[in-house]
Design a protein around this ligand. Sequence first.
Ligand code: UD1
Ligand code: UDP
Length: 369
Amino acid sequence: MKIGIVVGTRPEIIKMAPVIRECQKRLLPFFIIHSNQHYSEEMDKIFFEELQLPTQDYNLNVGSGLHSNQTGNILIKMEPILVKEKPDVVLVQGDTNTVLAGALAASKLNIKVGHIEAGLRSYDRMMPEETNRILTDHISDFLFAVGPAQEAILIDEGISNNKIYAVGNTVSDSLFQHLEISQNNSSILESLKLDKGEYFLITAHRASNVDIKSHLEELLVLLTHLHQHFFKPIVWPIHPRTVSKLKEFDLKVPDFLLLTPPIGYFDFIQLQQHAKLILTDSGGIQEEACLLGVPCITLRENTERPESVNVGANVLVGRNKELALNAMKKWMDDENYSWENPFGDGKVAGRIISILEKSLLPQSEDIIP
Ligand code: UD1
Ligand code: UDP
């Protein structure tokens, strides 16, 4: 069984790492195609290095671009590689343009597709990722759903039960595998002069928040409002998309915000673990905050990850400063919070590879002597 593994962006590298490790552990033949949708060193190379991943066998060098351009380029560049390599299955993870293009390229060649993190739905078709998720799910042969709720969504959409496997989220594998390493290797709190539990962490990069000037302004107003109430440092490792939009709109970030470039995974785990509270529009960070027991305020009106809201770890506030303030006050006043972990047990990659082995490797009873 030969596996083609596709990655393209920061979260895909992080969440695919445990799957790559599992292939290495079981000595399964695999190759990695990196679209290079993310290419800046701090969005790309740092994760291959920290997670000690093998260098990618193929780099498509697509870089940034409009959606169709980026997706189309990946498709075009991926096809000859898949024709040459002839994998038994191509694995994609998540909901980026790389995921859709990777799945489509394989599907057109009748190569089986495995979608890791299948069945997530925000029901917001303005979100480019929602289209990517739906299309990818509907052309996949193995749908590795995060849990029973996503399994039910997929069945409801008419996808055969036989293709769906509720396995958990590989975000848990990656986090559990690196928590201790990050504790021993990161000095980010010292570098930024932060005390444990005495700062807030924010990230924002969703098109709906940063691509429209008035929305980005609203976010800055929201942060100013929170700062005026709590006077705690607010750290913002800022995504390159947001940097470029701030420049384009000529918006100045208030001085009280502690801006940093995007940081490595180990440092970022530590920043999350010791934050008093996290504000984000990221998918992966909603999950990691929940796994780490840190309250999360999601700067969106919907989420494809309602589990963290349902267990009481996450509140959706959009860009509404009063909703954000109320949610924060609740957590600042009551420190006795805890919740169940809905995102996996850290053994998800093993499950995924076992399912593929069982389905694609000839079983001993199938071999006729
Ligand atoms: C992409 C994904 C999003 C995911 C996010 C993870 C899509 C549609 N979006 O969004 O789902 O949550 O990655 O971070 O696939 N840029 C750089 N260096 C880089 C990458 C991007 O400077 O390495 C800048 C460029 O100005 C670029 C912009 O960021 O135009 C946006 O990059 P892009 O990959 O299109 O989308 P993301 O916002 O990163
Ligand atoms: N992350 C990181 N450094 C940062 C910001 C995020 O290592 O400066 C990690 C974070 O721990 C999580 C992932 O990147 O695993 C989330 O990526 P992002 O928010 O870009 O994408 P999303 O999950 O929204 O698709």
